[in-house]
Design a protein around this ligand. Structure first.
Ligand code: X2X
Length: 335
């Protein structure tokens, strides 16, 4: 009998199947959780899944990272506690929400600091990002080098269009849990209420608040168009997601596995940033079709309101001159 590749494969079929089954049934050596507050359709979760698939493959099945999207493990405040205790090994979080643990991490969220994405990535992949990561490390968490994108934030409302800072007077607006967000919308004259992303849709649909602020991609993917009518393109701050690991869980991993993890998570950042920018640039048309009305108000009026309320001076003092200098070296004089 001539032994060809085909007969060999056929002959060893049962064995091969048995071996494959055995490999698949065997649990990974390390099984970690990665929590986030976004639906599976968001570019962050799409690129994160690609990265975790690669990590499983490149570690030869030794590290399985299971993604828990949409706040499945708890809201952001709860998940940050889980990350600190080690109940959750990985978590992606806005620098501003992270500031409840690492105050100076919020510095990238100062209102109207970044004029555009070029300025964002130059700063966050440069000195400002390095500063934030060193502050995060001091609190015992391990940040990945590259921050992923959420986008520039816009203001939506159910009751009336927001076309100037005057329209924000007494306006009940949901903000994520963070002192900087509270301070900024108070300085704009609004009445901010701290509500986690997981409870945002309900708070808007029951009328606990009249509005919220988020990048348009989030407005679309969280289906906020069902409960919000107007959107003001204020670009009032840029927001991203630091990728954070619990320190003990991180240090438990052998060096070669850690390298595979950071290479893949950092390696997908550029693609995720491009996807998110594209979505934020194009989804407005869909939202109009779904019934939302857009306005492009004069952004400088909002910024001037913040300045005259003493917002910049107050936060310069809170962050300290050293940190503020790093921010201004990246974005210019904030006044
Ligand atoms: O909670 C929000 O608004 C969100 C989804 O944008 C953040 O994670 C900061």
């Amino acid at each position: 009998m001539m032994i060809t590749r085909r007969t060999m494969l056929a002959g060893s079929g049962a064995l091969a199947l048995g071996a494959a089954f055995h490999t698949r049934a065997r649990a990974a050596e390390y099984t970690y959780k990665f929590a986030n507050n976004l639906p599976t359709t968001h570019p962050l979760n799409i690129r994160l899944k690609e990265a975790t698939d690669k990590i499983l493959e490149e570690t030869g099945g030794r590290l399985a990272i299971n993604i828990f999207p949409s706040g499945q493990l708890g809201n952001d405040t709860e998940t940050l506690s889980q990350l600190r205790s080690g109940a959750t090994e990985f978590f992606s979080l806005s620098p501003l929400i992270l500031s409840t643990l690492v105050p100076n991490a919020a510095i990238s969220g100062i209102g109207f600091a970044f004029p555009d994405y070029d300025a964002v990535w130059k700063a966050m992949d440069g000195e400002l990002g390095a500063f934030a990561r060193s502050e995060i490390e001091k609190k015992g968490l391990v940040p990945m080098e590259k921050i992923w994108d959420n986008g520039f934030r816009q203001i939506t409302s159910s009751s009336k269009p927001i076309t100037s800072p005057e329209d924000l007077k007494g306006f009940k607006i949901r903000v994520p849990p963070s002192p900087l967000w509270q301070s900024m919308f108070s300085a704009l004259g609004a009445a901010p209420a701290t509500i986690n992303a997981a409870e945002m849709y309900t708070a808007l649909s029951t009328g606990t608040v009249d509005g919220q602020e988020n990048p348009v991609a989030i407005i679309s993917l969280f289906k906020l168009y069902e409960v919000q009518k107007y959107c003001a393109m204020t670009n009032h701050m840029w927001d991203g997601f630091w990728f954070l690991a619990n320190k003990r869980a991180w240090e438990t991993l052998p060096e070669d596995i850690r390298e595979i993890v950071s290479e893949n998570l950092n390696g997908k950042a550029d693609a995720q940033r491009a996807d998110t920018k594209k979505l934020n640039d194009t989804v407005r048309e869909d939202l109009i079709k779904l019934g939302m009305a857009f306005a492009d108000p004069d952004k400088s009026a909002f910024r001037a309101t913040l300045a005259s309320a003493g917002f910049y001076g107050e936060w310069k003092q809170k962050f300290g001159d050293g940190a503020w200098d790093i921010l201004e070296r990246a974005v210019g004089d904030l006044g």
